[in-house]
Design a protein around this ligand. Structure first.
Ligand SMILES: NC(=O)c1ccc[n+]([C@@H]2O[C@H](COP(=O)([O-])OP(=O)(O)OC[C@H]3O[C@@H](n4cnc5c(N)ncnc54)[C@H](O)[C@@H]3O)[C@@H](O)[C@H]2O)c1
Length: 251
């Protein structure tokens, strides 16, 4: 089913993991996609492999100027912008307890994970507001929904993404712009460094291993008219982890 025929999308963090799977799925669904990433080699290689439906634009989402240029580039290259997937993210340093955290990474984590989403939404939203609307999708995390350790700055930034998403969904509705959020959990990708099988066993009701394409499918739903009446939602793609761990019957 060609759900994104004639649509133009930007996927930030599109060179790897969830972003990469989304670029591939969006192209398969008929879209033309700008891959925006700081990883030049990987981003260019992905665009080259896909062919005419994808181009790479080197972009650091923490730079307002670079994100403005990115949106202009998409419009010039493909004639418009209908979908903005603000997906780029970094985890920051790992400290097992908050009192040991020197917070040295705070500025960078907020700049990429929260400011990057805000400026991406604003630049895309300004174009969409003048051109009949669109879909903005932001990536939060299960770490924003369930309190815990480690990665406190990351959790705070991703929690900010949730409230920001809901707030601008109200603001931008009048322009026909839908704004939604995906909260992935335990997906093998560039930034997942822990023993996932053990986390799944203890924390995830569905014992199935989630993959980047599972998140990409949620992004496709939120990008397409399948979700035409949906805005301001936070969609966990985490095998139910946000509910609490599995309940096991004692034998
Ligand atoms: N994998 C998971 O289980 C999981 C869980 C929750 C949330 N997330 C979120 O999903 C998103 C995608 O991450 P992933 O898991 O695919 O990891 P990943 O490391 O494979 O992908 C992240 C991509 O973002 C790019 N990036 C980093 N900083 C950037 C910047 N300043 N500007 C532009 N691009 C930048 C990286 O180069 C990389 O290509 C992130 O926002 C992450 O926080 C992932």
């Amino acid at each position: 089913m060609q759900l994104l025929t004639d649509k133009v999308a930007i996927v930030t963090g599109g060179a790897s993991g969830i972003g990469l799977a989304t670029v591939e799925l969006f192209v398969e669904a008929g879209a033309r996609v700008v891959i925006a990433d700081v990883n030049v080699d990987q981003g260019m290689a992905v665009a080259e492999k896909i062919g005419a439906s994808a181009v790479f634009k080197q972009t650091d989402v923490s730079s307002a100027d670079q994100v403005r240029s990115l949106v202009e580039f998409a419009v010039t290259q493909f004639g418009g912008l209908n979908i903005m997937f603000n997906n780029a993210g970094i985890s920051g340093a790992i400290h097992s307890r908050f009192l040991e955290d020197d917070l040295q990474d705070f500025d960078r984590v907020i700049a990429v994970n929260l400011f990057g989403v805000m400026i991406g939404s604003q630049c895309a939203g300004r174009h969409m507001a003048k051109n009949g609307g669109g879909s903005i999708i932001n990536t939060s995390s299960i770490a924003a929904i369930t309190p815990g350790l480690p990665l406190i700055s990351y959790r705070a930034a991703k929690a900010g993404v949730i409230h920001f998403t809901k707030s601008i969904a109200r603001d931008l509705g009048e322009y026909g712009i839908r704004v939604n959020c995906i909260a992935p959990g335990h997906i093998p990708a560039g930034m997942t460094f822990y023993d996932m099988s053990e986390r799944i066993r203890v924390a995830q009701p569905l014992q199935r291993q989630g993959m980047p394409v599972d998140v990409a499918k949620a992004a496709l739903y939120l990008a397409s008219d399948l979700s035409a009446q949906v805005t301001g939602v936070i969609l966990p793609v985490d095998g139910g982890t946000h509910l609490g761990g599995p309940i096991r019957v004692r034998k």
